[in-house]
Design a binder for this molecule. Structure first.
Ligand SMILES: Cc1cc2nc3c(=O)[nH]c(=O)nc-3n(C[C@H](O)[C@H](O)[C@H](O)COP(=O)(O)OP(=O)(O)OC[C@H]3O[C@@H](n4cnc5c(N)ncnc54)[C@H](O)[C@@H]3O)c2cc1C
Length: 414
């Protein structure tokens, strides 16, 4: 099969599918080429904050997402002794015009893929197409794809967007001399467990600290059984000198981290039980890449993790891909020439996402946990007000929201 298409999207993950829907809404023809032979519910939980759900609302996806996801009501911080540090409302509960969603990545991808097929037609998303080359000339790009049966095909496009994630072939081709991924020194294990609702039943919980063991817990599906239990996503992050390569599907072992949480029996959650009862556990290193000095060329650009892989500490990986998609569609809608549109997109999104990559390294929301860990010398406190003030806590959170683009007032007025 061969085709000619105005915009070829390489990668049918969160960013690529969001871009297809944005381009379709802008009246621009496109086609998505995805590597896997069949989309399946891989990964575990992912968060979408109001700056991203705002765009998904404009695309008419909120009803479906609302029934598949959990609309997160609050973000809660604890130390490793289970003592409450801080609570802040999130999403609609905080006064945003759009919700925060905690959702299974597979559910999110399925909703986006379904909308692409419904709106753009069944051939708009093709699977089993692994991009192995993109050759640019004055009028377009010739893409070469490898297929599961060992054959290759070529496709011609006027422009190409590399939405092919952390191992992006398009990025490697554009930036062959780029340095190796940067390991943060923390390894991560992720799991899902069927569990009774914890706290509000819509709480995003962060607890402990990386040096001794940090935990993130949030529900991603409601009412998964007759008892009204939820599918609860949890993430463990621990300072670890060695790490394996980045692979979203690498299986993890509970015995590699359970000891760090052996005495985390709180009145609001029995952490070791949550981990032992997991349906599945995955292992992933906290790795990012130094921001690029430029992304693309006249007719090839990058989007999402392919453009700006970040450590997952601010619930922004998926959201920034959705923001990229909205910005790129707008640039293509408002510029008659593709090189000018790609340049305008990069000028807007590269500095914005560079700031998020850097903030995730240094001061994401969980910096609150670091402050309390350091100021208490990793001991229980009598009164959190003597450790850190409300205004310090608010400052850390407000700074990150500003950097990532979801300050309440600015977003609601947008
Ligand atoms: C299998 C998997 C599981 C994940 N699990 C989680 C999770 O549990 N929690 C979380 O927060 N984030 C997870 N992520 C990452 C998360 O989806 C992204 O960080 C974020 O949504 C940004 O989206 P993206 O579209 O840039 O990248 P992704 O969503 O990673 O999408 C990239 C897509 O490109 C495809 N692709 C790769 N190479 C090629 C190629 N050469 N040709 C064609 N297609 C290609 C991939 O198969 C994938 O579908 C996962 C990603 C993947 C691929």
């Amino acid at each position: 099969m061969s085709s000619t298409v105005p915009v070829a999207i390489v990668g049918g993950g969160i960013g690529g599918l969001a871009l297809a829907l944005e381009l379709n809404a802008a009246g621009i023809e496109c086609r998505v080429f995805e590597s896997v032979a069949q989309l399946s519910a891989v990964g575990v939980g992912i968060n979408l904050l109001p700056h991203a759900t705002r765009h998904l609302d404009r695309l008419g996806l909120l009803p479906e997402l609302t029934s598949a996801a959990v609309s997160t009501r609050e973000s809660v911080f604890f130390n490793r002794f289970g003592q409450l540090i801080h609570t802040e409302p999130t999403g609609l509960n905080a006064g945003y015009r759009w919700p925060q969603f905690s959702v299974h990545r597979g559910d999110l991808q399925a909703i986006l893929a379904g909308a692409v097929r419904d709106r753009l037609g069944p051939d708009a998303l093709v699977t089993g197409h692994t991009c192995v080359d993109a050759a640019e000339d004055a009028t377009g790009v010739t893409l070469t794809f490898a297929h599961p049966d060992g054959t290759t095909t070529t496709h011609r496009a006027t422009a190409v967007v590399g939405c092919d994630g952390i191992h992006s072939a398009i990025r490697k081709q554009l930036h062959p001399a780029e340095g190796a991924p940067v390991y943060s020194g923390y390894n991560m294990w992720r799991g899902v467990t069927v569990h009774e609702p914890i706290l509000s039943g819509a709480s995003m919980i962060r607890a402990g600290w990386l040096a001794t063991g940090k935990l993130v817990v949030y529900p991603i599906r409601d009412n998964v059984d007759a008892a009204g239990r939820q599918l609860v996503n949890w993430v463990v992050e621990i300072e670890t000198p060695q790490h394996a390569d980045r692979d979203w599907n690498r299986t993890g072992r509970v015995e590699d981290f359970l000891d760090h949480f052996a005495d985390w029996h709180f009145d609001w959650l029995d952490v070791p039980a949550l981990m032992r009862d997991a349906d599945s556990i995955l292992e992933y290193p906290m790795v990012d890449q130094d921001p690029l000095p430029w992304w693309g060329t006249d007719r090839i650009t990058l989007l999402g993790d392919a453009a700006h892989p970040m450590v997952p500490r601010g619930s922004n990986g998926g959201g920034q891909a959705v923001l990229d998609a909205a910005a790129l569609a707008e640039a293509l809608r408002t510029h008659s020439q593709i090189p000018a549109a790609f340049a305008a997109y990069e000028q807007l999104r590269r500095p914005a996402t560079t700031a998020v990559v850097q903030a995730n390294r240094t001061n994401p929301p969980d910096a609150i946990l670091r402050e309390v860990y350091e100021r208490t010398g990793d001991r229980p406190f009598d009164d959190i007000g003597n450790v850190i003030t409300e205004s310090e806590l608010d400052r850390i959170l407000a700074e990150y929201k500003r950097t990532a683009g979801y300050s309440l007032g600015a977003l609601n007025d947008a």
